[in-house]
Design a protein around this ligand. Structure first.
Ligand code: ZN
Length: 259
């Protein structure tokens, strides 16, 4: 099991390997392996962590927990329901989520994020986990009123800062029975296990890779459990995944929607 982060260095973003809270340079790229620590870069708390990957796409799955579908009075889909978030929505741990003013309610969605490790096209469920580099925490921030109004989700899910990801990638984790939780200002709002997913991670990779080729660094957001709710200026929202860690972001008012 390894922990891979992307950090800001004086010469630009770089991958690092975290061992005992110390970050070491990761020569080359984590997708090519092997994961050998290089020079010591510093204590993890002293470095700025970036979103751990720069994906070509972020593929998301709607209504993948029955209890969440029920809280929106929506049926559980018969096949995975896919949508995309733009990579420009990504922010790292500690970066503020900016709520555009005048667009109605904006909500958190705690989700297990799958980081693809190698190119995957039409892979079988039985081999699907071989294509995974690791897992991290994601917050699928969603403008709920716009989601209802627009009837498709490109705008509601696509604002800048609406995809906090991190704090790091953990490899060699079994994704099938992990606790997923969300806290706002320290108060527990969501708590479920990935075993409650309608479509599990191997099924999602097999399904998605029949639609689009997944590339190294691509991200799959696997859906949110029940308990979603609003975020407002001044909040601190935390997504915690068992075996991964905590993704913490402050919430701030952003620019007005209308001029
Ligand atoms: Zn979601």
């Amino acid at each position: 099991m390894a922990r891979i982060a992307r950090i800001q260095t004086p010469t630009g973003p770089a991958f690092g390997l975290i061992q005992d809270e110390v970050v070491y340079a990761l020569p080359g790229d984590p997708f090519a392996g092997p994961l050998q620590p290089g020079e010591r870069l510093g204590h993890v708390d002293s470095l700025r962590l970036l979103p751990p990957v720069q994906p070509s796409k972020i593929v998301c799955v709607g209504r993948n927990y029955a209890a969440h579908a029920a809280e929106h009075s929506a049926p559980v889909p018969e096949e995975p329901m896919l949508f995309l978030k733009p990579p420009s929505a990504l922010i790292g741990p500690g970066d503020p989520i900016l709520i555009p003013q005048g667009i109605g309610q904006v909500e958190y969605e705690a989700e297990l994020a799958v980081i693809i490790g190698r190119q995957a096209s039409r892979v079988n469920q039985s081999a699907a986990l071989d294509y995974v580099l690791g897992y991290t925490c994601a917050n699928d921030v969603s403008a709920r009123d716009l989601q209802r109004k627009d009837n498709q989700w490109g705008r509601a899910k696509g604002f800048d800062t609406f995809c906090p990801l991190g704090p790091w990638i953990v490899t060699d984790l079994d994704p099938r029975n992990l606790e997923v939780g969300c806290r706002v200002n320290g108060e527990q709002r969501q708590r479920a296990r990935t075993s409650e997913m309608v479509f599990d991670v191997p099924a999602l990779i097999a399904f998605i890779s029949r639609v689009m080729t997944l590339l190294p660094g691509d991200v799959i957001l696997t859906g949110t459990p029940s308990g979603v709710g609003p975020l407002t200026d001044g909040d601190t929202v935390e997504v915690e995944i068992e075996g991964v860690g905590v993704l913490r972001n402050p919430v701030r008012n952003g620019p007005a929607w209308a001029e």
